[in-house]
Design a protein around this ligand. Structure first.
Ligand code: F6R
Length: 602
């Protein structure tokens, strides 16, 4: 999992590359490296560490040259150290490349190359690619043909950026199951794992597809098919995201900025889909065998989707973690099956694998995605975009609330078609959904009291989050947010489950966050809360009833909202609490340890 970038043009390449890497750091940040094509040779500087500290030491931006490649790494093969940092080279040092992905058959390839006398300098899977190209060049092939032949030997996922010291006029890029997008400038060209890397220079982009490679010169690009070597026609698209949208705008962290963007993001999700949701609902209304697949936070959205589809549309979807889906559930798919895949990045390897399996079996795939042009959108029959804008913080916030929003819209639209008897309620719910952005705004006003609460809780070791019915996914998500950025142990539970085991862990002062919106399940929640009271656990509750306040140690008053839509509002204080706990404990919430924004390996 890494971020890669390449540049060719009239600017100082090293500066463009380092600037781009800063915007790709969310994809990985354990090592950094730059290779620039200079007059007589390729100059490489690389090491383990973060961009800014390394730039002081290695002075990447002092390298002169007008074309180059760079990478910010998140290790998969070989620990994060200087030797394993990219770029990697062949024996001669004439070829340098950076890689995002995993070469599955690298050990076998490496053995063959070692037998032929190649010398390796790292433990990475990536290095074999440079040596493979070198080997093909020995057969008197052009560089392009040598590259293509080498690529045909690779199994796995790879986005690559490559430079060759004997061809300073071109850069080479490859995409196979790892994201890569070209940026088309005026007399300059870019390519990167994600658009913000070069958005300061151009908003004209070309999305590469799997199995394609691109050759860039200063003022042209050519895209070809790896298998055939034949040229492919590609469309240039204009991206509407401004660079400002992808930057922090004065907030100390992207995560906080993105939490505050939620009212607008939810509004955009509603407006962006108002015109197409009925049509999508019509296209899927006839399906009765439905699976919803996703990972992590998106999986929590899937659980919410299941609840709503049951309640509003009478559908009974099976929700599976995409990584588990293939083993058994995958065998049950046929052309009468609908797969709803939820993935903000559209590049999560587990979710893509589930989508591919579903397609192979002839199922219909509807994906709910944030990143336009991402792989999931290209593999799916139908796409609902969440319109959250770029999310840089590793912990999902606005992409989650927008996923919930579009799932609510979909369930309402399906309900209208399938349950005409409930149309008055569905219309009311739809109206209520339009108010949700304002309700989130109200909740955001309480940030300072949540910060004070974080002060009180910052030394606690374990947290429990409980909810019932539609609030169970909120409990799961609250716990996930806390553990991933504050590194405090947290568990999300359905409140009814508490007394079947976990209650044994509740003792004096253990925080239990109860998500308890008013509605038909409130009374039962209060009984569960009393079980915690009896063990002197510390109840922090979210709701708006006096009966809830009376059993709580700390009561967070929430705006009134229909219980079915409450998860979109109630998760927001949990995000803020997790954020402040992370900051108070000295963590960087934007870059939690061991995690990366899009998980492109299985
Ligand atoms: C947690 C988080 C992850 C992702 C998961 C799936 O804050 O962001 O759990 O939700 O890795 O990612 P996507 O939605 O891109 O498929």
């Amino acid at each position: 999992m890494c971020g890669i970038i390449g540049y060719i043009g009239e600017r100082k390449a090293s500066e463009v590359l380092i600037e781009g890497l800063r915007r790709l750091e969310y994809r990985g940040y354990d090592s950094v490296g730059v290779a620039v094509n200079k007059k007589d040779e390729i100059e490489i500087r690389k090491a383990a560490g973060r961009i800014d500290e390394l730039n002081e030491k290695l002075k990447f931006t002092e390298i002169e040259g007008k074309s180059g490649i760079a990478q910010t790494r998140w290790a998969t093969h070989g620990e994060p150290n200087d030797a394993n940092a990219h770029p990697h080279t062949d024996c001669s040092g004439e070829i340098a490349l950076v890689h995002n992905g995993i070469i599955e058959n690298y050990l076998e390839l490496k053995e063959e190359l070692l037998e032929k006398g190649h010398e390796f300098k790292s433990e990475t899977d990536t290095e074999v690619i440079a040596h493979l190209i070198e080997e093909e060049l020995k057969k008197n092939r052009s560089f392009e043909e040598a590259l293509r032949k080498a690529l045909l030997k690779l199994k796995g996922s790879f986005a690559l950026a490559i430079i060759y010291s004997k061809d300073k006029e071109h850069l080479y890029f490859v995409r196979n199951e790892s994201p890569l997008v070209l940026g088309v400038g005026d007399g300059e060209m870019f390519a990167a794992s994600d658009v913000p890397a070069f958005l300061a220079y151009t908003n004209k982009v070309v999305f590469l597809d799997d199995g394609e490679y691109a050759i860039l010169s200063r003022d042209s690009f050519t895209v070809k098919d790896i298998k055939t070597g034949k040229e492919k026609k590609k469309e240039i698209k204009e991206i509407e995201w401004t660079l400002e949208m992808a930057e922090k705008q004065g907030y100390p962290h992207f995560m906080l900025k993105e939490i505050y963007e939620q009212p607008q993001a939810v509004r955009d999700a509603i407006y962006g889909n108002a015109g197409n949701i009925d049509q999508i609902a019509r296209e899927i209304a006839a399906y009765d065998k439905i699976f919803i697949v996703a990972m992590g936070t998106s999986y929590h959205a899937a659980l919410y989707g299941k609840y709503l589809l049951q309640r509003l549309a009478g559908k009974v979807p099976i929700v599976e973690e995409a990584s588990e889906f293939r083993y058994e559930a995958g065998n049950l798919i046929d052309e009468r099956t609908l797969i709803i895949a939820i993935t903000q990045s559209g590049e999560t390897a587990d979710t893509l694998a589930a989508i591919k399996l579903a397609k192979e079996k002839g199922a219909k795939v509807l994906s709910i995605v944030n990143v336009v042009g991402s792989m999931a959108t290209r593999l799916s029959d139908l796409v609902i975009y969440t319109h959250a804008g770029p999310e840089i913080g590793v912990a999902a916030t606005k992409t989650y609330t927008t996923q919930l929003t579009v799932l609510a819209m979909l369930a309402i639209a399906l309900g209208k078609q399938l349950k005409s008897g409930e149309s008055a309620y569905l219309t009311k719910l739809n109206k209520e959904l339009q108010r949700v952005p304002d309700l989130i705004e109200e909740v955001l006003k309480h940030e300072s009291s949540l910060k004070d609460l974080a002060e009180v809780l910052k030394d606690k070791r374990d947290f429990f989050y409980i909810g019932r019915g539609v609030s169970v996914p909120t409990a799961f998500e609250g716990a996930l947010k806390l553990k991933e950025i504050s590194y405090i142990h947290a568990e999300g539970l359905s409140a009814g489950e508490l007394k079947h085991g976990p209650l044994a862990l509740i003792e004096d002062g253990v925080p239990v966050v109860a998500i308890a919106p008013s509605g038909k399940l409130l009374e039962k929640m209060i009984s569960n809360i009393k079980e915690v009271n009896a063990r002197r656990g510390l109840i922090i509750s979210l709701g708006n009833s006096e009966s809830l306040r009376s059993v709580s140690d700390i009561f967070l008053e929430m705006p009134e909202v229909d219980e079915l839509l409450s998860p979109i509002v109630y998760v927001v204080p949990l995000q803020i609490l997790a954020y402040h706990l992370a900051v108070l404990r000295g963590n960087d919430p934007d870059k939690p340890r061991n995690l990366a924004k899009s998980v492109t390996v299985e």
